[in-house]
Design a protein around this ligand. Structure first.
Ligand code: AMP
Ligand code: GLY
Length: 422
C-alpha cells in the first residue's frame, strides 16, 4: 500500500519509521518531511494545510492511506477533503478537531458529558474577564481559545500575572486564537498523557506517557513543545485508566457521536491526577510530540495496523500487543529555544547512529546540505530508546545523546526524574 504522512517533525519521523516496520507499507511519502525523514522515505514539497493540494497529490501518486500528523491540517479540514475524494485517512474531521482547536468547545463537551475538568468561565471582552479574575483570585489559568502552537496557556501564580495575560490576549498577542479567552481554576496534582484510538464508536487505549514541557532541568524555565517524554506513565495505573475511560473518554466520544460529529483518529487527553481521581486539562486530536516517538518505538509495525483499522472503522476487532517495556525520548534543541535561536549549525555523528527496534534518532528539525546535517528548527532531534525498565531506556537514550556531535545543541539531563525517583 502507498502511504502519505503529513508533517515535518519528530512525531512524523517516528510515524514513518513505524509504518516502514510493517510489510503492508510498499511506498512511503512524507510531506513536507525533514532531513532525517528523507533518509527513509520520499519527501514531497506540499503545504500540508492546503486541502486541494493534498488531495490532488494523493490522487496523482495513487496514495491508499493518508496519516495526518499535526493539528493544523486537521483544523483546516484536510481529513474531510480526503474522505470526500474517497481516500482513506487517519485523523478527525474539522468538526471533531474542535476538541483541540477550541478550548471553549472542549469545556462545553465536558459539561454535556459530565467529564471532570477545571471549573471555568469564557469571555470575549477584557473587563468581565478581569472582574472574574479579581473575584476568583490566584493561582488561576488563562487560556486563548484557539490554536496557539502550545503558547496560549498562562498558569498565573498571581492576580497581576493573570490580568496581564488577559490584556495581552485581547490585545491580539495570539491573533485570532485569543479573540475568546477561557479562564479556569488551577488544578493540582501530577500530569499525564493518555492516548486512545477511536473509530467513531470503539475506543482503544494505546498507551500512556509523561512529558517535560519546561526548557530546563528541574522543570524550570519557559514552556516548550516538550523537551522529553517517557512511556508508560507510572501515575496511570490500571485503576486510573479505567476511571479515565469511564468518566472522561467514553462520555466525550459518545457526546461527539450524539452531535453528529463522531471522532475518528487519535485522541490525546492531558490529565491531572490527584488522590486517584483524573481530571481533564485538555484534548489534542493528534499524537503528542515527543510522546509519539516513545509510543511508536513501543508499538512498532502494529501501529500501522491500528491506524488503518481506526480509519476503516474496524477497531472493535483489534487488540494492542504490549511488551512489558519502557521508552524514553530526550529532545536536543537549538540553544535559545523556545526563544530565538540560530539555524544552520552542523550536526555530526548522525550517520553512525544505531537504528534498531530499541534505539532510534528521530529528526525533528534537520535539513541536509552538501552531505551534512544542519539544524533547521528549535527542537532538532529526539533520541529515543526502550528497555525492560525506565532506567535502562534512560541509559540508552542518553548514550545516544552522547554520540551526537553538535556543540550548538542542548538537552535536559533529567528526563524521567519523577518516575525514576518515585
Ligand atoms: P496546554 O497548552 O493546555 O497543554 O497547557 C499547558 C500546560 O499548562 C499544561 O500541560 C499544564 O501543565 C498547565 N495547565 C493547563 N491548564 C491547567 C489547569 N487548569 N491547572 C493547572 N495547570 C494547568
Ligand atoms: N508534547 C505535547 C504536545 O505535543 O502537545
Amino acid at each position: 500500500m502507498n502511504i502519505l504522512i503529513l508533517g515535518s517533525g519528530g512525531r512524523e519521523h517516528a510515524l514513518a519509521w513505524a509504518c516502514l516496520q510493517n510489510p503492508k507499507c510498499d511506498r512511503l511519502v512524507v510531506a513536507p518531511g525533514n532531513g532525517g525523514i528523507a533518509q527513509i522515505a520520499d519527501c514531497a514539497a506540499l503545504d500540508p494545510e492546503d486541502a486541494g493540494e493534498v488531495v490532488d497529490f494523493a490522487a496523482e501518486e495513487a496514495i491508499d492511506f493518508v496519516i495526518i500528523g499535526p493539528e493544523g491540517p486537521l483544523a483546516a479540514g484536510v481529513a474531510d477533503a480526503l474522505r470526500a475524494a474517497g481516500i482513506l485517512c487517519f485523523g478527525p474531521s474539522q468538526a471533531a478537531a474542535e476538541l483541540e482547536a477550541s478550548k471553549a468547545f472542549t469545556k462545553e463537551i465536558c459539561d454535556a458529558a459530565g467529564a471532570p475538568t477545571a471549573a471555568y468561565a469564557r469571555f470575549t471582552e477584557a473587563e468581565p474577564a478581569r472582574a472574574y479574575i479579581r473575584q476568583q483570585g490566584a493561582p488561576i489559568v488563562v487560556k486563548a481559545d484557539g490554536l496557539a502552537a502550545g503558547k496560549g496557556v498562562i498558569v498565573a501564580m498571581s492576580e497581576a500575572e493573570a490580568l496581564a495575560a488577559v490584556d495581552d490576549m485581547f490585545a491580539g498577542s495570539f491573533g485570532g486564537a485569543g479573540a475568546e479567552v477561557v479562564i479556569e481554576a488551577f488544578l493540582e496534582g501530577e500530569e499525564a498523557s493518555f492516548f486512545v484510538l477511536c473509530d467513531g464508536e470503539t475506543v482503544l487505549p494505546i498507551g500512556t506517557a509523561q512529558d517535560h514541557k519546561r526548557a530546563f532541568d528541574g522543570d524550570q524555565g519557559p514552556n516548550t513543545g516538550g523537551m522529553g517524554a517517557y512511556s508508560p506513565a507510572p501515575v496511570m495505573t490500571d485503576a486510573i485508566i479505567l476511571k479515565t475511560m469511564d468518566e472522561i473518554i467514553r462520555p466525550t466520544m459518545a457526546e461527539m457521536a450524539r452531535r453528529g460529529t463522531p471522532f475518528s483518529g487519535v485522541l490525546f487527553a492531558g490529565l491531572m491526577i490527584k488522590h486517584g481521581a483524573p481530571r481533564l486539562i485538555e484534548y489534542n486530536v493528534r499524537f503528542g510530540d515527543p510522546e509519539c516517538q516513545c509510543l511508536m518505538l513501543r508499538l512498532g509495525g502494529q501501529a500501522l495496523d491500528l491506524m488503518l483499522a481506526c480509519a476503516e472503522g474496524r477497531l472493535g476487532d483489534m487488540a494492542v500487543n504490549w511488551a512489558e517495556d519502557h521508552a524514553m525520548c530526550v529532545v536536543m534543541a537549538a540553544q535559545g529555544y523556545p526563544g530565538s535561536y540560530e539555524k544552520g549549525s552542523v550536526i555530526r555523528g548522525l550517520e553512525e547512529m544505531p537504528e534498531t527496534s530499541h534505539e532510534m534518532c528521530f529528526h525533528a528539525g534537520t535539513t541536509r546540505r552538501d552531505g551534512q546535517y544542519l539544524a533547521n528548527g528549535g527542537r532538532v532531534l529526539g533520541l529515543t530508546a526502550r528497555g525492560e525498565n525506565l532506567r535502562a531506556a534512560r541509559d540508552r537514550a542518553y548514550a545516544l545523546v552522547d554520540r551526537v556531535d553538535w556543540p550548538e545543541g542542548v538537552c535536559r539531563s533529567d528526563i524521567g526524574w519523577r518516575a525514576l525517583e518515585g
